[in-house]
Design a protein around this ligand. Sequence first.
Ligand SMILES: C[C@H](O)CC(=O)SCCNC(=O)CCNC(=O)[C@H](O)C(C)(C)COP(=O)(O)OP(=O)(O)OC[C@H]1O[C@@H](n2cnc3c(N)ncnc32)[C@H](O)[C@@H]1OP(=O)(O)O
Length: 704
Amino acid sequence: MTQQESAFSLSYGDNGVAWLKIDVPEEKMNTLQSAFVEQVSDVLAELKAKQNIKGLVVHSGKPDNFIAGADIRMLAACTTAEEAQQLAAKGQELFAELEALPFHVVAAIHGPCLGGGMELALACHSRVCSDDDKTRLGLPEVQLGLLPGSGGTQRLPRLIGVANALDMILTGKQLRAKKAKKLGVVDEAVPHSILLDIAEKQALKAKPKRKHSFQDWAMGGNALGRSLVFDQAAKKTHEKTRGNYPAADAILEVIKFGLQFGMEKGLKQEAKRFGELVMSPESAALRSIFFATTAMKKETGSDAKPGDIKRVGVLGGGLMGGGISHVTASKAKYPVRIKDIANDGILNAMAYNYKLLDKKRKRRIISKAELQKQMMSITGGTDYTGFDCVDVVVEAVFEDLKLKHQMVKEIEDNAKAETIFATNTSSLPIHQIAEAAERPENVVGLHYFSPVEKMPLVEVIPHAGTSPETVATVVALAKKQGKTPIVVGDKAGFYVNRILAPYMNEAASVLLSGEPIEHLDAALLDFGFPVGPITLLDEVGVDIGAKIMPIMVEELGERFRGPDVFDVLLNDDRKGRKSGKGFYLYNSKKKSVDKTVYKLLNIKPEKKAEGAALAMRCSLMMLNEAARCLDEGVIQSARDGDIGAIFGIGFPPFLGGPFRYMDQLGIKRVVELLNEHADKYGERFKPCDKLIAMANEGQSFYQA
Ligand SMILES: C[C@H](O)CC(=O)SCCNC(=O)CCNC(=O)[C@H](O)C(C)(C)COP(=O)(O)OP(=O)(O)OC[C@H]1O[C@@H](n2cnc3c(N)ncnc32)[C@H](O)[C@@H]1OP(=O)(O)O
């Protein structure tokens, strides 16, 4: 590498301020790589040797990022824990040298400053960041199944106190400038245009003495206080992770260790645990999600060029319509026109949007003016005024084929010839909806998950006649709305509901066999799902389940026929949360199992099977169906299937999705397990052809 190509370069101002620019050649994002060690060592040696330096500003040469952390590809390429430990230790060593420089070192931060990048900034004596929306500061390593390995677990608690540092490191949350300033992560948050000027001024000031927070003092000197905070954090963490995420335990351990035995020993422990975590299957699975989603950001859904979108229409102002209008206006920044049959529907969608925006205003993420501006970009009415200039219509009316046909016709009558009709159905085949269209090439499925503003997945479902341009356009729209789209086949349940249905049916069978509701829900929580299946059924609505299941049975066969519980429940007015009762009661603050449901279903609840066995029983039904979906082309790749299950259902991320999990178990073992379950519980467990063939050939879904 020539001097010019160096990622770390120094320059000097006349006023005694040195500038260290970080600019990784030929990459749009700065990351820290082992190849840079020598360059950084040279830079530090030059700074130490140079006379008359008054201060140093560390800044990025990229227009919109500081440093996004250590290069995750480099970590994934490590073959031993020692190798990864060495990488972390080298980072620690260089950052310690930076910290030990005799003059004031200031980090000037604009854009993402994450992981190793944040650790570098923490080793500086002061930090100034831009107040731009692109600026984010955090230690997201936990989301990769790791802990911050280059000093983060030691420096952050000493800077902002143990409780705040634990919160940041255990969740991996990324702070905006204002919050970072409030917590003391940065010293100043200023407009981007003056960032470097302010950093330069800071650098000319004397090196600050390290501030001690009250908590720092309390934690360092007070073993009892320390124990209390850590015990509480451990309890809270365990409730969330249920022991499935070793990084969380390691984070608690290493921070506590460092406070007890000092920075030097703390750093050693940090590097050691980092090395071990890099080699863990949990981290490998979580890293695979990062690689998959990064690759998916670039995909367009088809070979065609997406059409221009200037305005979007939404049909139906219910929960889904409200959410879809929100992500369209506030994320994608397109004006939205909502049509509903009643004014109440429009008001409902408006109120929904206002509530979400006001939450953001209260958290100071947006100003009042911004709230008003965003509200003004959403309008609505009970007729088709304004629909003549929308480019895409997202339909979110009731799940009724006749009604959907009427919507297709009305849009064709009231919108432009090229307007896309994207239907947000969760159960009706898209080709059937398109049958009413004069221009079926414009009809496509766009299946959002509830609540729309939170759930990251969207299924894009072309029918056989959908044009490639329509697909590309709605994929682009979904991405702008902040979603990860996967293109899936037009078969009943598409992908997510199709793999969810047999899992839910199995949970219902387990319940009818007499296993208590809490036991069953806890079993799947322990497995790593965010909610148990019975809670999920209550949340989705028993009535919705009752509507979808017969469609699945009709199109996909008898294996989708679940136990007959829906009618019994609905006759007793148990729709789930929305009706105040389902399997649980929702009329008090804390939900509790409604024990009368056992009598209704003729069950004597009694814990018979171990939680792990129940979890395996339900999950196997999902795994088998996921493999079938891949075989039938409902999903285009195992990767799409993994991301769909994780983002759409909350399949345990630390397992990497159903396909990575099957690989981890070994396909042969999956087939064995399915056969064992088929012997015990029935034909529905029989492994699908694809799994049998793969087991015979010794194949896996991913290359090792
Ligand atoms: C020792 C340390 O403690 C260990 C660590 O630091 S572990 C790393 C911790 N850092 C992270 O987890 C951050 C990971 N990155 C991100 O979350 C997101 O990329 C981001 C929020 C920074 C930016 O998102 P966005 O603007 O959508 O850009 P995105 O498309 O994701 O990334 C742009 C490019 O940067 C790459 N990139 C971003 N962060 C990276 C990282 N840490 N390692 C390797 N590549 C990275 C992406 O792969 C992508 O590359 P490509 O264009 O060649 O495919």
